[in-house]
Design a protein around this ligand. Structure first.
Ligand code: AMP
Ligand code: MG
Length: 367
C-alpha cells in the first residue's frame, strides 16, 4: 500500500515535471517565433539627432533599406547647439523624403515602428529628433520607441560584423567609452574623465584654424607629420584624460616652434595609444576576445591600424563597420528600436521625454 503510494507520487512528480518542461519549451518557442516574425516583417524608421547629425535609417528584416544623413558643419569655430538644432529643423523634411525614396517606400504609412535617439546628447538637438518622431507617430498612428545612442552604436556594429560578445571602443565627439555587456547591463569599463576625444580633436583643430569637424582634417595633417613631439600621456587606471593634453598642444602651437603636421601626428600617436591601452585592459578584465570600434573618431585609419595590431598581438579579433555606420546614423537607431520592440518594450508618448545625461550603464538591458 505504502509502496503503491510512493509509486503514484513518483508518477505524479514525473508528470508534473513534464508539464512544466512542456510549458517552458512552448513559451520560449513562442517567443522565439514571435521575435523572428517581428524582426523579419516590421519596417522601422530610426531618427538620430544627438548632436551635429540629423540622420534617418530604415531597416527591414535585418537589412538596411536606406540610411540618409545631413550634418551641421562650420568653416571656423565649433558646434553651437542652437545652430545645430536650427540646421536639423531646416533639413528634416528633405531627409525624410530622401530616405523614403531610397528605401522605395511611398509614405510613412508603410513604416511599422518609429525609433529615435532619446539619450544622451545635446538637449537642443535631441529635442528636434524627438519632436519629429512624436509627430510621425501621432500623425500616422505608429508605435514609438526612444533608445540610447551609445548602445545603438554597439548594436549596429554587431549587426554588420561577425562580432558576438565584443568590447566596444566607442570614440565619438562627446563620448569616449569602453563598453561591454556584463551582468545584464552595458557597463562602462573605461572612459574619458574630461571630454570626448572627438571634441578634443575638434577643439584643437579650431585653435589652429582648420574648422569643424576637425578629426578628419587632423588625420590628413598627421599623414605629413614626421617628428614625434613629447606631449603628456594620461591614463588613469581604465580611464583617460585629454584636457591637459589639449592645453599643452595649444601652448606648443602658440610658441610658433612646431608645425601643424608634427603636432597633429604627435597628437594622434599619443591619444590613440591611450585609447588602445584602456581598450586592451578592458578586454583582459572582461576576458573577451573581440574588439568592436564605434563612433566618428573610429573612422581614423591610424586608430584602426593600432586597434588591429593590438588585437593581433593578443590573439583577438578586431571588427570595424563601414564609416557610414561608425559615425552617427539613423540606421543604428532603427535597429535598436526593433530589437527593443521585439522583447516587448513599449512607450507611451508621455514617456518619450529626452534624457540628455543618461549614462550607458543606466539602461536595463532586456533585449
Ligand atoms: P560622431 O559624434 O560619432 O558622429 O563623431 C564625430 C566626431 O568624429 C567628430 O569629433 C569628428 O571630428 C570625428 N571624426 C570623424 N572622422 C574622423 C577621422 N577620420 N579621424 C578622427 N576623428 C574623426
Ligand atoms: Mg555617436
Amino acid at each position: 500500500m505504502f509502496s503503491t503510494l510512493i509509486l503514484n507520487a513518483q508518477n505524479l512528480l514525473c508528470f508534473g515535471t513534464c508539464v512544466v518542461l512542456f510549458f517552458l519549451f512552448f513559451n520560449s518557442y513562442n517567443k522565439f517565433i514571435k521575435n523572428i516574425k517581428i524582426v523579419k516583417t516590421m519596417i522601422c524608421l530610426g531618427i538620430e539627432s544627438t548632436a551635429h547629425t540629423f540622420g534617418i535609417g530604415i531597416i527591414k528584416n535585418r537589412k538596411i533599406l536606406a540610411n540618409v544623413k545631413d550634418s551641421y558643419t562650420t568653416k571656423k569655430g565649433g558646434i553651437i547647439p542652437q545652430k545645430s538644432a536650427e540646421h536639423h529643423v531646416e533639413i528634416c523634411d528633405k531627409v525624410i523624403k530622401k530616405v523614403l525614396e531610397k528605401a522605395k517606400l511611398k509614405s510613412i504609412k508603410e513604416i511599422d515602428l518609429i525609433a529615435f535617439s532619446q539619450s544622451p546628447g545635446l538637449g537642443h538637438c535631441l529635442r528636434i529628433g524627438a519632436n519629429v518622431a512624436r509627430s510621425l507617430s501621432i500623425l500616422y498612428n505608429k508605435p514609438i520607441i526612444g533608445v540610447n545612442h551609445c548602445i545603438a552604436h554597439l548594436k549596429i556594429g554587431k549587426l554588420l560584423t561577425e562580432a558576438k560578445d565584443p568590447v566596444l571602443l566607442y570614440v565619438s565627439g562627446a563620448n569616449t567609452q569602453v563598453i561591454a555587456l556584463e551582468g545584464g547591463k552595458y557597463r562602462i569599463f573605461g572612459e574619458s574623465l574630461d571630454g570626448g576625444v572627438g571634441n578634443f580633436l575638434d577643439t584643437f583643430a579650431r585653435h589652429i584654424g582648420i574648422g569643424f569637424p576637425g578629426g578628419p582634417k587632423i588625420a590628413k595633417l598627421a599623414e605629413k607629420g614626421k617628428k614625434l613631439i613629447e606631449i603628456p600621456y594620461i591614463v588613469k587606471g581604465m580611464d583617460i584624460s585629454v584636457s591637459g593634453i589639449l592645453t599643452r598642444l595649444k601652448q606648443l602651437y602658440d610658441s610658433g616652434k612646431y608645425n601643424k603636421e608634427d603636432l597633429a601626428y604627435s597628437c594622434q600617436e599619443t591619444v590613440f595609444a591611450m585609447l588602445i591601452e584602456v581598450a586592451e585592459r578592458a578586454m583582459a578584465h572582461c576576458n573577451k576576445n573581440e574588439l568592436l570600434l564605434g563612433g566618428g573618431v573610429a573612422c581614423n585609419k591610424r586608430l584602426q591600424e593600432m586597434a588591429k595590431q593590438m588585437c593581433k598581438e593578443r590573439g583577438s579579433k578586431c571588427f570595424v563597420p563601414a564609416n557610414e555606420y561608425l559615425i552617427d546614423n539613423g540606421a543604428m537607431i532603427a535597429w535598436l528600436g526593433l530589437l527593443e520592440y521585439d522583447t516587448g518594450v513599449r512607450m507611451k508618448i508621455e514617456e518619450t521625454e529626452i534624457k540628455p545625461y543618461e549614462r550607458t550603464d543606466d539602461v536595463e538591458v532586456v533585449w
